[in-house]
Write a protein that binds this ligand. Structure first.
Ligand code: FNR
Length: 184
């Protein structure tokens, strides 16, 4: 049997009842058997400061090592003010340093954005892609995933109740598996 690919999932929201975290859980359930998705927490990371490169906080080191160990990365994020949340940008910056030792480089990736608004976090999704291009993360182009009105997709227990979205996310994860295999 082929190796199961380790997919590090970064959720852009730190909120306890985050819709994006619910989306990440739904993606974990819908992923094909060849992918193992694990949420890697980012809320504990101290703000990136270049002064720390010589003697990095333990949280930065653990995060960088965990990303390095992953086969692929999947971002699930809300939109904050037409961009990605600061916590997610901080995690990207932490993983990208020290210079020349980025944990991201060459790892296949994919992006899902979910928001209350009708445009499904398009601004966050594409700002994130801009950084990922620079960081040499080959990001899956299609299918794009912008989940609008996302608060209505889940029940009170966090279960995905929209059948169309379930089918779409299932197809998205199958495409991810192919993308990862082609870009390892
Ligand atoms: C938002 N929200 C938001 N929504 C959107 O569609 N476009 C936006 O630019 C913003 N901007 C924004 C800024 C800030 C600071 C907050 C707190 C919120 C609303 C956002 O979609 C909503 O709060 C989601 O529920 C956030 O995702 P989680 O936390 O549920 O995963």
């Amino acid at each position: 049997m082929d190796k199961v690919q380790d997919v590090a999932v970064l959720v852009g929201s730190l909120r306890r009842d985050s819709i994006n975290r619910k989306v990440a859980h739904a993606l974990t359930e819908l992923a094909p058997a060849g992918l193992k998705l694990s949420i890697i927490e980012i809320g504990q990371l101290p703000l990136y400061n270049q002064d720390g490169d010589g003697k990095p906080p333990a949280e930065w080191t653990a995060f960088r090592e965990r990303i390095r160990a992953a086969d692929a990365v999947l971002f699930v994020t809300p939109e904050y003010n037409r961009s990605m949340p600061g916590a997610l940008k901080n995690a990207i910056d932490v993983g990208s340093r020290p210079y020349g030792k980025s944990a991201w480089s060459g790892k296949p990736g994919a992006v899902v954005s979910a928001s209350l608004g009708g445009i499904g976090g398009f601004g966050a999704n594409h700002h994130l892609r801009q950084s990922l291009v620079f960081l040499n993360v080959p990001v899956m182009a299609q299918p794009e995933a912008y989940l609008g009105g996302a608060d209505k997709l889940f029940d009170a227990n966090g279960k995905l109740i929209n059948e169309g979205t379930r089918k779409f996310l299932h197809g998205f994860m199958q495409a991810c598996e192919k993308w990862i295999a082609a870009n390892l």
